[in-house]
Design a protein around this ligand. Structure first.
Ligand code: GTP
Ligand code: MG
Length: 202
């Protein structure tokens, strides 16, 4: 299930401009700064294939990366706070949601949730929207390497994760699968690749 080849293919802002070769794809979505582009780099074992930044709002398009010439990883703009104008963020939200609803080759959405902080309302709203629209989803908890820093009022990653799972329980007929990850330690990398391999064989 390892990745031997990863190539950036194109950036699109409309679903109809995305690659049309029919290969199956998996898309990374989550709050701005949650670690979508970093996770992509961790999965493909390249430091800078997808552009990352400390400032939220780095990824602004639907970015297709072809993997092993047989499937795509798709990096998306984040939702929530970003250092970009509101109108631009509204556009991102519109075209990403259009992409989820209309991209027929989309196998599963990977919803990234920062495990180092309690889930935000906007994460719950997003999970709820995906559930309502019956979009197949996997929950990916990110930044699990940060969990040992327990702040006075902060919860541990395990608590943040079980709180989130409980809160979204009612949004789905069956609880979505979930994977713990870190792009620093590469925790979860093999598990995600195995998960993708299993989904592709259905
Ligand atoms: P946007 O494109 O702006 O929506 O953000 P993104 O979700 O693609 O986040 P990105 O990968 O650019 O990472 C944001 C910041 O979080 C960067 O400073 C990363 O180094 C950091 N980061 C990402 N993943 C991890 C992780 O697993 N652990 C830690 N400690 N930091 C991480
Ligand atoms: Mg990004």
């Amino acid at each position: 299930a390892q990745i031997s080849e990863a190539n950036f293919v194109k950036s699109s802002v409309r679903t109809e401009d995305c690659p049309s070769d029919g290969l199956p794809e998996f898309a990374l979505v989550g709050r701005s700064n949650v670690g979508k582009s970093s996770l992509l780099n961790s999965l493909v074992r390249r430091k800078k294939l997808a552009h990352t930044s400390k400032k939220p709002g780095k990824t602004q398009c639907i970015n297709h990366f072809r993997i092993n010439d047989s499937w795509y990883l798709v990096d998306l703009p984040g939702y929530g706070y970003a250092s970009a104008p509101r109108e631009l963020r509204t556009d991102w939200n519109k075209f990403t949601k259009d992409y989820f609803l209309n991209r027929s080759t989309l196998v599963s959405v990977f919803l990234l949730i920062d495990a180092s902080v309690p889930a935000k309302q906007i994460d719950l709203d997003y999970a709820s929207w995906l559930g309502q629209n019956q979009i197949p989803m996997t929950i990916i908890f990110t930044k699990c390497d940060k969990r040992k820093k327990k702040k006075k009022d902060g919860k541990r990653a395990e608590e943040n994760m079980s709180d989130f799972q409980e809160l979204i329980g009612g949004f789905f007929h069956t609880t979505p699968p979930w994977i713990m990850t870190s792009s620093v330690t590469h925790q979860g990398r093999d598990e995600i690749l195995l998960h993708i391999a299993q989904l592709r064989n259905y």
